[in-house]
Design a protein around this ligand. Sequence first.
Ligand code: MN
Ligand code: MN
Length: 364
Amino acid sequence: MKHALKSLEQGMTGEGLDALLVTDPKHVYYLTGFASNPHERFLGLLLVRGEEPLLIVPALDGEAAQAASSVPSILTHSDTDNPYDLLKEQLNSVKLGTLGIEKEHFSVARFELLSHSVPVEKISDIGPLLRSMRAKKTPEEVDRIKHAAELVEEVLRRGLEHVKNGVSEIELVAELEYLMKKVGASGPSFDTMVLSGPNTALPHGVPGNRVIQPGDFLMFDLGVYAGGYASDITRTFAVEQADSELVTVYNTVLAANEAGIAASKPGATFGAVDRAAREVIEAAGFGPYFMHRVGHGLGMDTHEYPSLHGLNEDMIEIGNVFTVEPGIYVPGLGGVRIEDDVWVTEHGPQTLTSFPKALSVLQL
Ligand code: MN
Ligand code: MN
């Protein structure tokens, strides 16, 4: 993803940074194409203004980095090396005024180690720059999210076959997470959620041993990682029969989901998406039961910038990908959430998820 490295180099000049050190493995992947979990070992991309970028990896990752990285200069360190001394050697001839780091990722402990070896006058946070770059997805990134969405929908389709007499929420979670790997995903992008009956009234409930009953609403919220990118979908079903009050709740949430998607246009604000969905729910009298924002950015992280809450006046741009997931949660009765992944194009919103949304009644 060479474009990302170029944009970062431009941003670095714009912000007056002499050098920057990227250590979040996701950002190293984003900038070089090399994906790795270094655990506690040091992994970093060093960019010094006017020089070629340098990727520093643990020795055991050397070969994999050579194969995958678009940055050709790779320096390896063994477990007995002090990687910060290696950095010092690299930076020897550089007069380091301001060093850019990711403040949310670079720990205080690491900063102390770095400061011991490399005298840094000033540090600057490159998190916001990376965050805004990541928010505008390239077609290649959108393809990956779409692929992750297709895989999770296949998992949901096959998972529904396991909704049978006597099955519990946690057993369905186990089936779904097994299916994720079977269909070719790397794994879940967050803890899979299956909630039934009154538990569906808990927006962040934890699946347990409750057995699915006729008359339940059954909520699935799941996502997978594939190719380094996440999907995130929620669908709610009725079991055997649908309570009439819950049907009203369901159709209200569906209308809110569609209103939120329709408002996802370039040039509108993120807040307008939340407000469009919320107005539908408020008009139906369920306002107090929709107690979370309408969605969140989606990409290498399941939750990333932007946050789609009603007061976010940042502008929607072409290339943004985010979720639209209104819900209504009525204590004692149950809840409904319907979540789609939305890509903003020059022509307007396109959903990357396509699982049917009309209320479906499952037979045990
Ligand atoms: Mn979700
Ligand atoms: Mn979500």
